[in-house]
Every structure is written in structure tokens, then in C-alpha cells.
Design a protein around this ligand. Structure first.
Ligand SMILES: NC(=O)c1ccc[n+]([C@@H]2O[C@H](COP(=O)([O-])OP(=O)(O)OC[C@H]3O[C@@H](n4cnc5c(N)ncnc54)[C@H](O)[C@@H]3O)[C@@H](O)[C@H]2O)c1
Ligand SMILES: N[C@H](CO)Cc1c[nH]c[nH+]1
Ligand SMILES: [Zn+2]
Length: 440
């Protein structure tokens, strides 16, 4: 069975409505996921380990069913053994990726230093940056294994100086992915627990008898994980909504259509709910990409997932010109935006909303997924309008530093007292005034 690819044209009168429908999650699925996640979180909050154990045995089909949570803890020795046993080429690739991710994120750290400045009367003001104490990193693992996500989560946490990194990762059918364990060893993760889904998010947020609660949960996951993170926000911090993957390709019609088709597949193969869309002003070129899609699909091992994702949520969109393509791209605010065009910078300058931008024909999104250096944990579902890639800043917080000199208290005290009386807050005013020197 082939893909029924959706065609849209920005000249259609109902184009905006059709695009909005395409971008929205199918409401019934969404509601079912929300209800299921709410019930799982409630259960984990009230029954702790017993609930986590039951859900993990059920959703991850653990053979025979694990008897206790101890079965899900992976000792450090096992992580190190996985690293030692890894084929040399895989180990080298992981280490190269880890190093490139580290170098990129060290740059972020340099930009995030605290500061202080001293006013003429000796008052010192500033901002102190502190790493979080204990973070939970979610590494997805339901439909594919993601050693790259171990690195993308843990390396920036390390660069930020987080002392305790608790990693959760599901192991469908009880099978541990050795590259995932090796990546945890390379990144220096503190503890690995093989649980996933909403139950893992709940365990990290609320804590259980065997898992101490964390301060923040970061990392990507499927729609269940994304919904759970949204719901526990407030009890813990979260990084962003990083749900099913998305790719939006802006193409001027001069890239090899096979390249573009495979780039669309590269995100569609993650999940039936992933989204792959191309915008192009050239109708003939769109037909060539469609032909490539039909030609290449049968050769893909994950053809079923790609077919469902592209049929349900994909589209090839004819636009008037590249300027309009940029306007539509800003409205979509995709996780990944490829600008596959001559002189891509001229179009990139017009983009305000995208999790990550890949400029030029050779910058395939897949390179960014693994080893360019910037983070692949990125905002989805149009949240790139207000969220950023995972970064060192997600693992740090800021505290204001205020040292008021005696001279400073004389001027600031009068200002503060005036404002406090204006707000009707007498104790505030008196507290400031008590520090004023009596008039001579
Ligand atoms: N945005 C990003 O930065 C980014 C990065 C990497 C991956 N991703 C996305 O992460 C996702 C990974 O998904 P995955 O499924 O492979 O792994 P996952 O670990 O996110 O989800 C697996 C878990 O989902 C839960 N689950 C599955 N079906 C359920 C059901 N019917 N009811 C309740 N819980 C259920 C189970 O607990 C299971 O352990 C993909 O959507 C991929 O596109 C996003
Ligand atoms: N494309 C994913 C982010 O949406 C990241 C990833 C990991 N491995 C392959 N891809
Ligand atoms: Zn990917």
C-alpha cells in the first residue's frame, strides 16, 4: 500500500483552514491520551512504586513481569561493560558526537556567566548562576532506541555542573539497548532506571520509595510523555514540550528530489504522529518529490510508520513564492526547518520561529539529530514560538545578588518608602525608613 500524500495550495480559498486542521492533533486521540496520562500520574502519585511497576510491566511488555523496582536499576558496572563491549566504530561515533555536543554547549556556558556591578555609593548588584541539584532526563525508547538523546540530554547537564543526573528510558520487551547504556557511561549519568512513559515522568516528579523526586525533567518523548511533562510542571520544572518529531522543508525546486523525500522520511519514521511537510513554489518539482516518495518508500524498513505519518499528518504544499513559504513557515513554527535553496541565508533572515534551522542542501536535518553539536531536543507543536532548544540554560537558574551600602540605603530607602506607602504596605515602608539616618 502506498502513501496517500496530501496536496495543499496556498491559492486555495480554504488554505488557512486546511493548514490549521493539519497542524492540530486529531482531537479524539489527543483527548484519549490526556485522560490516560492523567490517570497514570494520579496512580503513581498515590501508589508510588507499585503503580510504576505495574504500568512498566504492561506498557513495556516486560517478560514474566518484573517483581520489584530493583529490576529496573542499571548498575554503573553494566553501563561501563556496555561501553567496553561496543564495536569500535559505534564507540568512536558516540565519542565524536559527545565531544561536538560538549564543545557547542560550552559556548552557551560562556554566554551565561553571572555578573555584578558596583554603583558609586558602594551598592553592589548582580546575578549568580547556580546549576540545578538533581535533574531527570527522559530518553525515549518505545519505537526506536535513542543513544543520541542520552548525549543531547546529559552533556549540557554536565556542562552546566548538575551533580545528579537520573536517566529514565523504557526497554520494550525488557531488551536493553547497549548503545544507550554506553552513551550513558560516556556522558557520566548518575543513575539509569529502565522505566518510561507517563509513569516514569510521574515517578521523577512526585518521587517514590525508590526514586527521589528531581527538580526538573527534560527530554523528548512521544505524545504520552509530552502530556505528562505538561501536567507535572509546577511540581517540577520542565524544559519544553518536545513531542513527536516534525520537519518542514522549504525548497526552491533545485535540490535532488530524492534528497528531499528522504529528509521528509527521516522524521516521519520516528512516529505515526510525526509530521513532515514540504513548501515549494514549483508545481513540477512537487510532482518529482512525490514520485521520489513513492519510489523510495518500499525500500524503507520503517515504511509502515512513514506511510501512516505522511498520510495522516504530512503534506506537499504549493506556495506562490519563497517569501510566502517563509511566512507560512513562521506560522507553522516547526521543530526542524530545512531551507533547501540557493542562497539559503536570504530566506533564513526572514524566519523567526523554528526550533532549529538547517541552511542549504547539504545540511540535512539528520546530521543535526546526531552530531553537528546543537541540541536535537527541540520544541514541537508550534511551541517554537516561545520555546528554545534544550541547552545549558535549562540546567541552571539565576539568583539576584543585592548588597546595599549604608549610603545606598539613604537614597533607595526614601524611594522604597514612598512606593510602599502608595501600596498601603506600612511594614515595608517602615523597614526601609528604619535604615535612614536621622536628618541633622
Ligand atoms: N522533539 C524532540 O526533540 C524529539 C527528539 C527525539 C525523539 N522525539 C520523539 O520522541 C518520540 C519517541 O517515542 P517512542 O514511542 O519511541 O518512545 P517514548 O519513550 O517516548 O514512549 C514509550 C512509552 O510510551 C508509553 N505508551 C505507549 N503507548 C501507550 C499507551 N497506549 N498508553 C499509555 N502509555 C503508552 C509507554 O509507557 C512506553 O514506555 C517520538 O515521537 C519521536 O518523534 C522527539
Ligand atoms: N529527530 C529527533 C528530534 O525530533 C532526534 C533524533 C534522534 N535520533 C534520530 N533523531
Ligand atoms: Zn530524527
Amino acid at each position: 500500500m502506498t502513501i496517500q500524500i496530501r496536496h495543499l495550495d496556498s491559492a486555495q480559498p480554504d488554505f488557512k483552514q486546511r493548514l490549521d486542521t493539519l497542524l492540530a492533533f486529531e482531537a479524539s486521540t489527543d483527548e484519549a491520551i490526556e485522560q490516560s496520562v492523567a490517570a497514570i500520574l494520579h496512580d503513581v502519585k498515590h501508589r508510588g512504586d507499585a503503580a510504576v511497576l505495574e504500568y512498566t510491566n504492561k506498557f513495556d511488555r516486560i517478560p514474566g513481569g518484573a517483581a520489584s523496582m530493583a529490576a529496573f536499576d542499571v548498575p554503573q558496572a553494566e553501563l561501563q561493560a556496555a561501553l567496553a563491549a561496543l564495536p569500535a566504530a559505534q564507540r568512536a561515533a558516540l565519542e565524536t558526537a559527545a565531544e561536538r555536543i560538549r564543545v557547542f554547549h560550552e559556548r552557551q556556558k560562556e554566554e551565561l556567566r553571572g555578573f555584578t556591578y558596583t554603583e558609586p555609593d558602594g551598592t553592589v548588584l548582580g546575578q549568580k548562576i547556580t546549576p540545578l541539584d538533581r535533574v531527570g532526563i527522559y530518553v525515549p525508547g518505545g519505537k526506536a532506541a535513542y543513544p543520541s538523546s542520552v548525549l543531547m540530554n546529559a552533556v549540557p547537564a554536565k556542562v552546566a555542573g548538575v551533580p545528579e543526573i537520573i536517566m529514565v528510558v523504557p526497554t520494550p520487551d525488557g531488551v536493553k539497548n547497549q548503545m544507550v547504556l554506553a552513551a550513558a557511561a560516556i556522558a557520566g549519568v548518575t543513575r539509569v532506571i529502565t522505566i518510561g512513559g507517563a509513569q516514569a515522568v510521574g515517578a521523577l516528579a512526585y518521587g517514590t520509595a525508590t526514586i527521589a523526586p528531581v527538580d526538573k525533567i527534560v527530554g523528548p518523548g512521544n505524545a504520552y510523555v509530552a502530556a505528562a511533562k505538561r501536567r507535572v510542571f509546577g511540581t517540577v520544572g520542565i524544559d519544553m514540550i518536545a513531542g513527536p518529531s516534525e520537519i518542514l522543508v522549504l525548497c526552491d525546486g533545485s535540490t535532488d528530489p530524492d534528497w528531499v523525500a528522504m529528509d521528509l522520511f527521516s522524521q516521519a519514521e520516528h512516529d505515526e504522529l510525526a509530521q513532515a511537510i514540504m513548501l515549494c513554489p514549483d508545481a513540477d518539482y512537487i510532482a518529482r518529490v512525490e514520485a521520489s516518495i513513492h519510489k523510495l518508500l518500499p525500500s524503507m524498513p520503517r515504511a509502515d510508520t512513514i506511510r501512516t505519518s505522511m498520510t495522516d499528518r504530512g503534506a506537499l504544499v504549493k506556495v506562490r513564492d519563497m517569501q510566502e513559504a517563509c511566512d507560512i513557515a513562521n506560522a507553522i513554527a516547526a521543530e526542524h526547518l530545512e531551507i533547501s535553496a540557493e542562497d539559503p541565508q536570504q530566506w533564513a533572515d526572514k524566519i523567526r520561529h523554528a526550533g532549529a534551522m538547517f541552511l542549504g542542501r547539504f545540511s540535512s536535518e539528520s546530521l543535526g539529530d546526531y552530531c553537528c553539536g546543537p541540541n536535537h531536543v527541540l520544541p514541537t507543536s508550534r511551541t517554537a514560538r516561545f520555546s528554545s532548544p534544550l541547552g545549558v540554560y535549562d540546567f541552571q537558574k539565576r539568583s539576584s545578588i543585592i548588597f546595599v551600602s549604608e549610603a545606598g540605603a539613604q537614597t533607595l530607602g526614601k524611594v522604597a518608602a514612598e512606593l510602599a506607602y502608595g501600596e498601603g504596605l506600612q511594614a515595608h515602608a517602615r523597614s526601609a525608613e528604619l535604615r535612614l539616618r536621622p536628618a541633622p
